[in-house]
Design a binder for this molecule. Structure first.
Ligand code: ADP
Length: 486
């Protein structure tokens, strides 16, 4: 082979190389344009609520005659909108880096849908649109799902339907078959061109049609909704024609829980069952530490607070906390340094939740092994409590509910048979058989309702360790109580 050959081949390939370079340049330019579009959309989304907050703050400063309640409501709503936006961006990063964790909780599906429908009936009415909601007769009252994520996807599809429908109607219909729920959101709006049907699910893509002229948006909602549907074991599809309305269908696997919760969702907790848990909060901002105290002490947590990473590490030695709320950005030892030392010292028994208002701080370190979850500032109380429940395995007490003590109550002698069988099945880990046995126990011994409800919840969470512990406590109690007194 002559040495001139490779050069010749390179010469021959030159047009192909140029084509490849041009293609790479086009891809880079398209990505750049998408980024610019995204930043413009994002600044619009940030500016609107920020203007409202700024405007009302100025009015209040000047002592203008306006209702403080109304000003407070607008400022709160605007800041919630901003927090949602940040949360959406964080969600995308979490999903893309594979660290999004889903909750598995017992969700009052029918009540949730009624609530969502009521919200959108008002919104549709404000725009002069009709709104219809229908649910199949076999739709279960309760399902196992991540309530916040499910609500988020439904809200997104319904907001879009209203947003892109100038006149006519929006319909939500829900069907259920063999554990699969199908949520259909149909509208009579501007429709979607066939060539856009896939690209609108890409982040920051708003399609090539009229959407931009009809309503503002950043093109994140559908991308995030489809990603969430995928991680929840489902999908979103669309059928639409330009001008002929759109029909989005969300399909999700939503199994029913083994044991139904005795009461419906009861709002924020006032306490929890079992031994008091200890939380250590580490933050250099005294305001944030005060907030933790206000939120957590009334619910019965032992709370230690530390103003720096170093002080936090010493307090962790003394206080033996169950969970640490750890601010990421602190002078000196930052949150991640502290988390690494805590994990090395206490292992996985100590739960570590990283706290930050800056999503990039959380995303940057996502996927590591030194923390168990995030708490985003400003703190959403419902999310905080859901996270504490999950990480500490808590059973909340709610206002008006009888204070259920953890101490097992003496049950009739016939319970022993069921307890033994449950213990045997728990060792084999057979969840279905456990669930059937639990239902039999509940039916046969009504006095065991408290215990079977607690066991059912543990089973729904697939927490067989907790299940076994509850069972062992009860058996121990039965033995002690039945021992003859000397
Ligand atoms: P955004 O609404 O912020 O643009 P989405 O990701 O929610 O972002 O939607 C992406 C695009 O999909 C929209 O810009 C619009 O072109 C199209 N789209 C979504 N829902 C509808 C609908 N119900 N009718 C018509 N077009 C829709």
């Amino acid at each position: 082979m002559s040495p001139a050959m490779p050069a010749r081949r390179a010469e021959l390939d030159l047009p192909a190389q140029i084509a490849a370079l041009e293609q790479a340049r086009d891809v880079a330019m398209a990505a750049n344009q998408a980024k610019t579009r995204f930043l413009m959309g994002l600044s619009h989304e940030i500016r609107t609520p920020l203007n409202a907050i700024h405007g009302y703050a100025q009015l209040l400063e000047r002592g203008a005659a306006l209702s403080p309640a109304e000003a407070g409501r607008i400022i709160r709503r605007s800041s919630e909108h901003l927090a949602d936006l940040v949360e959406g961006l964080l969600d995308i990063s979490r999903i893309e880096s594979g660290v999004l964790k889903l909750n598995r909780e017992t969700v009052p599906l029918r009540a949730l849908l009624e609530q969502v429908a009521a919200m959108f009936r008002v919104e549709a009415g404000n725009k002069g649109l009709a709104f219809e909601y229908s649910a199949a007769a076999n739709l279960p009252n309760w399902v196992l799902a991540d309530e916040r994520r499910l609500r988020q996807v439904l809200i997104n599809l319904l907001s879009n339907a209203i947003k892109y429908t100038p006149a006519g109607s929006v319909t939500l219909s829900v069907r259920y078959r063999s554990m699969v729920a199908e949520f259909e959101v149909a509208d009579t709006g501007i429709g979607i061109a066939p060539e856009d049907a896939e690209r609108i699910f890409q982040p920051f893509d708003r399609g090539s049609g009229r959407a931009a002229g009809v309503a503002p948006g950043i093109g994140l909602g559908l991308a995030l909704s489809r990603m969430l549907a995928h991680v929840m074991g489902g999908d979103i599809s669309v059928q639409a024609a330009p001008g002929g309305g759109s029909r989005f269908v969300l399909k999700l696997l939503l199994p029913q829980p083994n044991i139904l919760p005795e009461t419906a969702a009861q709002g924020l907790p006032i306490g929890y069952e079992g031994r008091p848990r200890t939380i250590l909060a580490i933050d250099d901002d005294p305001g944030q530490l005060a907030l933790w105290q206000e939120l957590l002490r009334p619910i019965g947590f032992n709370l230690f607070v530390a103003g720096s990473g170093g002080a936090g590490l010493s307090l962790a030695e003394l206080g033996k906390p169950d969970l640490v709320l750890l601010d990421v950005s602190m002078p000196g030892l930052n949150g991640w340094d502290v988390a690494r030392q805590l994990r090395a010292r206490f292992g996985r028994d100590l739960m570590i939740l990283m706290v930050s208002g800056n999503t990039s701080e959380l995303v940057g370190a996502a996927g590591d092994d030194v923390h168990d979850g995030f708490v985003l500032k400003p703190v959403d109380q419902a999310q905080l409590f859901a996270s504490l429940r999950r990480h500490l395995g808590l059973v909340w007490r709610h206002e008006g509910a009888p204070a259920a003590t953890d101490a097992p109550a003496q049950l009739p002698a016939e319970s022993q048979l069921y307890l033994d069988e449950l213990a045997r099945l728990a060792r084999t880990g057979r969840v279905r058989a456990l669930s059937a046995q639990l239902a039999e126990f509940a039916a046969a011994v009504p006095q065991a309702a408290g215990l079977t409800a607690r066991l059912g919840r543990a089973l729904d969470d697939y927490d067989l360790a907790l299940f076994g512990k509850l069972l062992a406590d009860q058996q121990l109690h039965q033995q002690i109580e039945s021992e003859p007194t000397p």
